[in-house]
Ligand binder design. Structure first.
Ligand code: NAI
Ligand code: OAA
Length: 347
């Protein structure tokens, strides 16, 4: 039946039926089955992310896991008439079933910041949550690509790597700290200041995902703008670094970025799925195991492929201001990475 549909879609495309619906039909029918699990799916990020993944034609099965509340989210999202079959899983006893067969696991589980807190203040609670979820990933879907959203990302990614190493399942190509929201913000703020349509803009963001460890490379922004002064670039850099705090303060105790994060998480997961499916030239910034600096993990542009990271791309030429930011971020990033590694090995 499926191959009949694929053949029909192919012939419709050949006959010139090249409208959006013919293309959509073809891309979902020709895409292989892919299971995506969202851990923390009943939360502020998890719910809109579940919605966006349900809209992604590359997803054939969507598993929504949380400690509670997921049957409702799953029932709701499952009524949307798109490809993915949705199932909700609640409580630790259902975690294995949620994970089994997953190609991509997205983790937005854990507590968010309140005003006055740093991301590192979340370490004590979120480190344990991430550790137990990664232990289950190693057991039930050791080959899955993992998209870590839970903060502090600069420490939770190293925790995950240690858990996987201990379980004997670590594949450095398949572990990603999601820093896409930094890129999304840098693009938006740059486009606003340079008066360019946001959709046309690209800005790499490197380093990590907290305060000064977030280093947007506006000198490499495209399209280039000659209208921005050094003061403008400094202000854009600071706004990108403080973007999370801007939202935390505006939400005044009701959490941190959820909707823009769900958007960013969906963009990154889509890039991972495209990579797994063999789509060429998929490049996104992400916090990954890296040798481009002396630190064991670093965010930079990464080429995605059938096994996850295909190539960690270098930083490219930096302006003097960016070089200074690059040197300044290393001690904090190093300490956060070491804190995660130490936690995973002591607890
Ligand atoms: N990487 C990034 O750019 C960003 C990361 N974040 C981080 O994402 C995390 C989640 O944020 P929100 O969704 O706003 O928080 P939230 O509190 O609204 O949702 C978190 C969800 O995680 C669930 N959870 C807690 N322990 C769990 C466990 N052991 N297994 C499965 N689920 C569990 C909770 O029940 C809740 O539904 C926070 O750590 C936040 O700092 C937030 C924004 C951006
Ligand atoms: O700021 C926070 O706590 C959440 C986050 O990581 C972000 O919005 O970039």
């Amino acid at each position: 039946m499926r191959s009949f549909l694929v053949r029909s879609a192919e012939s419709a495309l050949r006959r010139g039926g090249n409208g959006p619906s013919a293309r959509r039909l073809f891309s979902s029918l020709s895409a292989p089955d892919r299971k995506v699990a969202v851990l923390g799916a009943a939360g502020g990020i998890g719910q809109p992310l579940a919605l966006l993944m349900k809209l992604n034609p590359l997803v054939s099965s969507l598993a929504l896991y949380d400690i509670a509340g997921t049957p409702g989210v799953a029932a709701d999202v499952s009524h949307i008439n798109t490809r993915a079959k949705v199932a909700g899983y609640a409580g630790e006893e259902q975690l294995g079933e949620a994970l089994e067969g997953s190609d991509v696991v997205i983790i937005p589980a854990g507590v968010p910041r309140k005003p006055g807190m740093t991301r590192d203040d979340l370490f004590n609670i979120n480190a344990g949550i991430v550790k137990s979820l990664c232990t289950a990933i190693a057991k039930y879907c050791p080959n899955a690509v993992v998209n870590m959203i839970s903060n502090p990302v600069n420490s939770t990614v190293p925790i995950a790597s240690e858990v996987f190493k201990k379980a004997g399942t670590y594949d450095e190509r398949k572990l990603f700290g999601v820093t896409t929201l930094d890129v999304v913000r840098a693009k938006t703020f740059y486009a606003g200041k340079a008066n360019i349509p946001a959709a046309d803009v690209n800005v790499p963001v490197v380093g990590g995902h907290a305060g000064i460890t977030i280093l947007p490379l506006f000198s490499q922004a495209t399209p280039a703008s000659n209208d921005l002064s050094h003061e403008d670039i400094k202000a854009l850099t600071k706004r990108t670094q403080d973007g999370g705090t801007e939202v935390v303060e505006a939400k005044a105790g009701k959490g941190s970025a959820t909707l823009s994060m769900a958007y960013a998480g969906a963009i990154f997961a889509d890039a991972c799925l495209k990579g797994l499916n063999g789509t060429p030239d998929i490049v996104e910034c992400s916090f990954v195991q890296s040798t481009i600096t002396e630190l064991p993990f670093f965010a930079s542009k990464v080429r995605l492929g059938k096994n996850g990271v295909e190539e960690v791309l270098g930083l490219g030429p930096l302006s003097d201001y960016e070089k200074e930011g690059f040197e300044n971020l290393k001690p904090e990033l190093k300490a956060s990475i070491e804190k995660g590694i130490k936690f995973a090995n002591q607890n």
